[in-house]
Design a protein around this ligand. Structure first.
Ligand SMILES: NC(=O)c1ccc[n+]([C@@H]2O[C@H](COP(=O)([O-])OP(=O)(O)OC[C@H]3O[C@@H](n4cnc5c(N)ncnc54)[C@H](O)[C@@H]3O)[C@@H](O)[C@H]2O)c1
Length: 255
């Protein structure tokens, strides 16, 4: 049976580890040619090696999503290698502890940490969408999935700028979905709950029991559970899905 993404080409940002790596691997297993992007060249190449060793087709297109030139370059390199860009998973992101803001309430965040969080988690997504949409518009359409978060839907204590950025991603998703429906570009976001990756390691070590009590399923998700949703959203099976925010969170925001 043909894979869900057979014959498609895809770009995955933050594809060097965690959710992005799981998505890149699943995309390739489902038949896509995948361009793996990450700030970490080494990690992106590791994902590529994993895919190619499994008879998939992948290339590494490293870059920083906060730098417009890098983003243009990753999109163009994908097109140069595979001839088109059909699917994009804009997933690169950072957590509050990565900008030295862990555990800080709104008024305690430094301006520098706030700006960095918005630059990576919100502007980075917009820069990617801008470059991807220009190409997709000229090529008959495409599918974009942005990684938001449950923090894009509800407030989360001590995650001020993170929550603001992820709400922003939800807003960008809805707006672009409306704007580009005519051009056949579907735009959705995925809203993961607590997922087992390097990003959540420290928080889980410090207050894992407390966090899991808030999750109806009483466990964390794994990256492949997010990848499944993203893969479906990128596929033609999701042909009428646009402008949506899809929670994959063990029931976290349903309460
Ligand atoms: N893990 C969770 O529980 C969870 C929950 C909700 C949302 N998310 C979101 O999912 C996405 C992936 O998170 P993850 O858990 O896989 O984290 P992760 O830290 O394992 O992976 C994130 C990847 O993004 C890359 N990255 C960071 N800044 C970048 C930049 N400026 N340019 C390019 N690449 C950059 C990192 O190098 C890393 O490989 C993020 O957007 C995150 O906010 C994660």
């Amino acid at each position: 049976m043909a894979g869900m993404l057979e014959g498609k080409t895809a770009l995955v940002t933050g594809g060097g580890r965690g959710i992005g790596r799981a998505a890149a691997v699943l995309f390739a297993n489902e038949g896509a040619s995948v361009a793996v992007s990450d700030l970490s060249v080494e990690n992106a190449e590791e994902t590529v090696a994993q895919i190619n060793a499994d008879s998939g087709q992948a290339i590494s297109v490293p870059g920083d999503v906060t730098v417009a030139g890098d983003v243009e370059n990753m999109v163009q390199s994908t097109i140069n290698a595979f001839g088109a860009l059909n699917c994009a998973f804009n997933n690169a992101g950072i957590a509050p502890y990565q900008v030295e803001a862990a555990g800080q309430n709104t008024a305690e965040w430094s301006e520098e940490s706030f700006d960095r969080m918005i630059a990576v988690n919100l502007k980075g997504v917009w820069l990617c969408m801008r470059a991807e949409i220009k190409h997709m518009e000229a090529n008959g359409g495409g599918a974009i999935v942005n990684t938001a978060s449950v923090a894009g839907l509800i407030g989360i204590r001590t995650s001020s700028a993170y929550t603001a950025a992820k709400h922003g991603v939800v807003g960008l998703t809805k707006t672009a979905a409306i704007e580009y429906a005519k051009q056949n570009i579907r735009v959705n976001s995925v809203c993961p709950g607590y997922i087992e990756t390097d990003m959540t390691k420290t928080a889980m070590e410090l207050r894992g029991d407390e966090i899991l009590k808030l999750v109806p399923y009483r466990r964390m998700g794994v990256p492949s559970e997010i990848a499944e949703m993203v893969c479906w959203l990128c596929s033609d099976r999701a042909s009428y899905a646009s402008g949506g925010n899809y929670n994959v969170d063990g029931g976290y925001v349903a309460q």
